[in-house]
Design a protein around this ligand. Structure first.
Ligand code: PLP
Length: 253
């Protein structure tokens, strides 16, 4: 059985972060491993508090796990602190992990910061170079590239800048754009993932897409095929989503 690791934040609602990632891995028949970098207090309406896991303790989780099991793919989500970014970069060097996917989590849909000041830039410098692919949405791509992304041309410009920091591929997801919901894939040439815009607001969309890509890389697909299949999986997930809380819709994966 293939294995995938997620290094991310804890979400009590199960709609994002570690719990969501594990459900997605399971849906693809991949065994899920997880290490907690942060805790959040949140429900379907938003995040009310965040707390970092101490960097030393994140290191201990990863060391004991990786000395036993080497995952076929690894996803990085919410890290929150500079200490956690440095720990993860050191772990990537030490264990030479492959098929690394980064969802550069910066801010929740409800506006709560999920990365401390200076952390996005540190992630760009320390984590990007190890990544097979990074999956920012247009807001994250804007912060990380310095290009305010609204048009197709902005998206392309941001992708070129982001690839310059070292990831082998960049996928800028288009779900937050007002017009088309097309995702842009850039590996030196551009390609596009088309999908119908889903009506409504959803919790954990970025987490679900990036963990689907991770599971599929772990199963041996290349990034292009993984992204295409992850996009189809998202289409199915939007159709199967449901509303149980007072806020955003949740995926019933
Ligand atoms: N909570 C955690 C732990 C996350 O990792 C993320 C995003 O990746 C979020 C919340 C944000 O989810 P949303 O954009 O649905 O607010």
């Amino acid at each position: 059985m293939n294995t995938a690791l997620t290094i991310a934040g804890f979400d009590p609602s199960g709609g994002a972060g570690l719990q969501q990632d594990l459900k997605v891995f399971h849906a693809f028949g991949v065994y899920g491993l997880s290490a907690a970098a942060a805790l959040t207090a949140q429900n379907s309406s938003g995040v009310t508090a965040v707390k970092a896991v101490d960097g030393n303790f994140l290191r201990k989780q990863l060391e004991v796990l990786l000395s036993d099991i080497v995952p076929d793919a690894t996803k990085v989500g919410m890290l929150l602190t500079a200490a956690n970014v440095r720990v993860v970069a050191r772990i990537f060097r030490k264990y030479r992990l492959k098929n690394i996917v980064l969802d550069p989590v910066i801010v929740s849909s409800s506006g709560r910061m999920l990365a401390e000041k200076g952390v996005p830039e540190l992630i760009r410098g320390e984590i990007f170079p190890y990544c097979a692919v990074i999956t920012p949405n247009i807001h994250e791509a804007s912060v990380l590239s310095g290009v305010a992304v609204t048009t197709d041309a902005d998206m392309a410009k941001a992708a070129i800048i982001l690839k310059g920091f070292g990831p082998r591929q960049v996928i800028i997801t288009g779900g937050h754009r007002s017009g088309s919901a097309v995702d842009m894939v850039y590996d030196g040439t551009f390609s596009y993932l088309k999908g119908k815009r889903a009506a409504g607001e959803y919790h954990g969309t970025g987490c679900a897409f990036s963990s689907a890509v991770t599971a599929l890389l772990g199963k041996g697909l290349d990034v292009q095929d993984a992204a295409l299949n992850a996009k189809r999986f998202m289409g199915r997930s939007f159709r199967k989503s449901f509303s149980t809380g007072k806020g955003l819709r949740l995926f019933s994966i």
